[in-house]
Each structure stands twice: as C-alpha cells, then as structure tokens.
Design a binder for this molecule. Structure first.
Ligand SMILES: NC(=O)c1ccc[n+]([C@@H]2O[C@H](COP(=O)([O-])OP(=O)(O)OC[C@H]3O[C@@H](n4cnc5c(N)ncnc54)[C@H](O)[C@@H]3O)[C@@H](O)[C@H]2O)c1
Length: 251
C-alpha cells in the first residue's frame, strides 16, 4: 500500500492503538500528525518517527475541549496543507462497576471523552474534508459498540453512540466523496486493558477463553485495518462498523 503524499491525523496518538497506527501509516509513507492528552507521550512518538526519517508533528491536546481540537486540527492542516485521513482514537476505559453503583461523574467523563470527543473531532474534520472534496474518517469504537456487556454501561453507551454517529455521517457525506467507518476492536494488548487487569486480574483467563481466536489483538493489527480502510482499495466501504475481534461477536 502506498499512502505517500497523504496525511493522517490521529487522536490519542501517544500510546497503544494510536501510537501503533501512527507507525503503520508512517510505514506506508504517510505524513503523521495528531495529539494526545499526555504531551510527553505525543512528543515521544514524534521523536521516534522523526528519527526514522518520517514526516511527523504531534502535540498535546484534549478531545474534551473544542478549542483544543480545532487548534490541533488547524495546525495540522497548516503544517501539511491538508488532512486526508482522520482517526478518532482517544478514549478511556472508565471503571468496571454495576449499573446501579456507577457514579454519575464517571458516566459523564466517559461520555465526554469517548463520545462527545469524537463528535467534536468529526465536526472539524468534516468541515475541512467538505471543502477539499474528499477524505476518510475512522472512529475507533469497540465490540462494546455492537453488543452490550455487564458492568460497563458508560463505555458501551459511548461506543454505541460512536457507531451511530459514524453511520449518520456516512449517509450524509457519501455523495461528497467522504467515507466514514468505525473499527470495533475486541481486546487489544494496550495500557487501557492493562488498567482493567491491574484492578481485576481475575478477568484475564475468562477474557482470553471467551475469544474464539484465544488471544488479544496486537495494536498494529488495528492500524493495518485502518490503513486499508483509508486506501482506495476500500473505496466502497462506507458507514460500516467492522469488528476486529478474533470472532468474539460472531458466536
Ligand atoms: N485496548 C482495547 O482492548 C480496546 C478495545 C476496543 C476499543 N479500544 C479503543 O481504542 C482506543 C485507544 O485505546 P488504547 O487501548 O490504545 O488505550 P491507551 O490508553 O493505550 O491509549 C489511549 C490514548 O488516548 C489518550 N487520551 C485519553 N484521554 C484523552 C483526551 N481527553 N484527549 C486526548 N487524548 C486522550 C491517552 O493519553 C492515551 O495516550 C480507545 O478509544 C478505546 O476505547 C481499545
């Protein structure tokens, strides 16, 4: 795949799926830009990829803050001339908790980052892509955007919302040459899953056992699906919510 002369913008670029996706796109020749709440992590991925001779610009930013989102996106357009692909990936896991005991503040926080944050990013990305007449947006949802799960109400609500926004935007923008899809990973080996395992290590064995593939995904496997979805090879894939889950939701 050749993505040279293309620019990808990634939120949550500092670690896990975001960082791995940045590496995958850089490997296919794309310019890479984006932001992360953790400014040090954003600097590190910029340093690493720059040292490999890639064209990269990463910054600190917060998807909860519309000014921060628009500033980071405008800076990216200013630096590279245009943004062809946007990957809305920044997200948090929230506390695992029974529905009735879920703290309202925790619900609000997960919705603010995982759902409202994607909305704010899409708004600015779509305005830019509308004016340039093309573009691809990928929202990193989750299998929890396709099915429910116990003790994870706020996360499942946010991710179902992301899938809904993806489908609505795809219907609205398809005629303008803009494609919007959601990728719905199952368990991926990142800090986000590690945070859950740190507090509830007993969930690891049943987690793996319930995955037909008997393993978690590597973060780079999510990046590879995103790269294919952004390429012209996926020109007719639009409004889809694609599981990447070792057959978890198939059974
Ligand atoms: N790891 C999994 O098993 C898994 C499965 C399905 C979906 N996902 C989704 O993939 C995405 C990435 O998760 P990950 O596993 O790589 O997690 P991660 O914790 O490794 O990375 C998430 C990144 O997002 C950043 N971030 C958090 N809040 C932010 C904010 N307000 N503004 C900007 N950046 C922010 C963090 O600093 C971090 O660098 C999330 O949306 C998550 O819900 C992950």
């Amino acid at each position: 795949m050749d993505l040279s002369r293309k620019t990808v913008f990634i939120t949550g670029i500092g670690s896990g799926i975001g960082a791995a996706t940045a590496r995958v796109f850089a490997g296919y020749g794309a310019n890479v830009t984006g932001f992360d709440l953790n400014g040090d992590a954003a600097d590190q991925i910029e340093k690493d990829l720059t040292a490999e001779g890639r064209s990269v610009a990463c910054t600190q930013g917060d998807v909860r803050d519309e000014k921060s989102v628009s500033q980071a996106f405008d800076d990216a357009v200013g630096r590279f001339g245009s943004v062809d692909f946007a990957i809305n990936n920044a997200g948090i896991e929230g506390a695992l908790c029974s529905f009735s005991e879920t703290k309202t503040e925790d619900f609000d926080e997960v919705i603010s980052v995982n759902l409202r944050g994607v909305f704010l990013c899409m708004k600015h990305q779509l305005a830019h892509m509308e004016s340039s007449g093309s573009g691809v947006i990928i929202n990193i949802a989750s299998i929890m955007g396709l099915i429910g799960g116990a003790q994870i109400v706020q996360y499942a609500a946010a991710k179902h919302g992301v899938v809904g926004m993806t489908k609505s935007a795809a219907a609205e923008y398809a005629a303008q040459g803009i494609r919007i899809n959601a990728v719905c990973p199952g368990a991926v080996k990142t800090q986000l899953v590690q945070n859950v395992l740190d507090t509830t290590p007993e969930v690891l064995a049943p987690l793996i056992d319930n995955i037909p593939a008997k393993r978690m995904a590597e973060p780079s496997e999510v990046g590879e699906l995103c790269a294919w979805l952004c390429s012209d090879k996926a020109a007719y894939v639009n409004g889809a919510a694609l599981p990447l889950d070792g057959a978890y939701v198939a059974v």
